[in-house]
Design a protein around this ligand. Structure first.
Ligand SMILES: [Zn+2]
Length: 379
């Protein structure tokens, strides 16, 4: 349920009240709210207002829900996108498809105007400057969003791997695979032989081809991202989804620019060291701005850096409200989807099952059996 959408006529992202002010010239009040003011403008809104994610038209205004007793707003007025047959107008891969009221859009939409953290305020100031300096405008922000959406939805794959693939790939990623060791049954003659450690080392030898798939390519390793991957794999199991690996070169370029900007801008973007962004992710607002600047620079890194230099040296913007842009994190769920895809690849190359603890137990049993047979043949 998007609270804001893009008006082609006014060339910006607006909520219902802001649209009402621009379309009617009247300020909404407690008694006549924006949704009511716009009640005569249904046709104009359907033809003008686009979903800010997938770009589809067909917007209707949904009245706010108010408590009868206190008149407090229980649910904000928002936009619903309806096709000519009364169905959901969103692209099936749009994050707003399915009218899911409970779905959080917090991390896909950034409200620079309402954010309170210092780093987001710094980004908001840069967004104001960027608009005032003519480096980008709201139309270009919408264009970038559409570009990313089309890129993602052009290639698809079906989520078909077993759900255990996620925990299996997670276990592989956390398995200590650097110490190589060749087991021999005679080693277990040591008085305090560690069978568990031996099983882990043998596991490494037997699964070495899989570690590259979960350790390479700068895959995320945070548990929160793995949890998100597990939720996505469950929710979309058997369904066709967009292929985020197409975003990889753009994500890596955006992260590189984030690291450069954080290290060389003189702005404090928080405690996390910029070099860590590659593994732990960059602050979302910074990532979104870097993606935007790269997009308007045709993904040329040095053109983008020149634009940042211009932004950072620009005078204080005269209109601080220009930064009230509902921005976009074009890499929403990117890391989690990469884990889903990597888990599928790992599962396809794992003929002996996807249960980490069961594999370790089976390996330990096999090593003990080798040792037993070896002992039998000792004089
Ligand atoms: Zn949509």
């Amino acid at each position: 349920m998007p609270a804001t959408a893009f008006s082609v006529r006014f060339e910006r992202e607006l909520d219902v009240d802001q649209l009402a002010i621009l379309m009617t010239g009247t300020q909404p009040t407690q008694d006549r709210d924006g949704a009511e003011l716009l009640s005569m403008f249904g046709d104009a809104i359907r033809a003008d207002v686009q979903c800010s994610s997938c770009g589809k038209f067909g917007a209707h205004i949904v009245q706010p829900a108010k408590s009868r007793a206190s008149k407090a707003v229980l649910r904000q007025a928002h936009f619903r996108f309806v096709d000519p047959n009364g169905g959901d107008a969103h692209h099936p891969f749009c994050e707003f498809h399915g009218n899911n009221e409970t779905r959080s859009t917090q991390d896909s939409l950034l409200n620079f105007g309402s954010e309170k953290s210092a780093e987001t305020r710094a980004i908001r100031l840069l967004v104001c400057k960027g608009i005032e300096q003519g480096i980008f405008d709201q139309r270009r922000i919408r264009d970038m969003r559409q570009w990313f959406f089309d890129l993602k939805s052009a290639t698809r794959f079906t989520v078909s791997m077993p759900l255990e693939a996620i925990s299996w790939a997670h276990a592989l990623q956390h398995h200590p695979h650097h110490q190589r060791w060749q087991f021999h049954p005679s080693q277990a003659a040591m008085p305090a032989f560690d069978w568990k450690a031996a099983a882990k080392k043998q596991f490494t030898e037997e699964h070495f081809h899989l570690f590259e798939l979960v350790k390479g390519g700068l895959l995320p390793f945070e548990d929160a991202t793995w949890r998100q991957a597990s939720e996505l794999a469950q929710k979309y199991h058997g369904r066709e989804v967009f292929d985020v690996t197409k975003l990889q070169p753009y994500y890596e370029a955006a992260i590189s620019l984030c690291i450069f900007v954080a290290a060389n801008s003189g702005i404090d973007f928080g405690k996390r060291q910029p070099e860590i962004y590659r593994w732990k992710g960059a602050p979302t607002a910074l990532l979104a701005l870097c993606a935007l600047v790269l997009f308007v620079s045709d993904w040329d890194m040095n053109v983008a850096i020149a634009a940042f230099a211009k932004l950072l040296s620009a005078p204080e913007p005269s209109d601080g409200a220009l930064g009230n842009v509902i921005g976009l994190n074009p890499f929403h769920e990117y890391g989690a989807w990469r884990l889903v895809i990597a888990s599928g690849e790992v599962a396809a190359k794992s003929p002996n099952g996807l249960d980490y603890n069961a594999r370790l137990a089976a390996i330990e049993a096999a090593l003990r059996e080798q040792h037993r047979q070896w002992k039998e043949h000792q004089p």
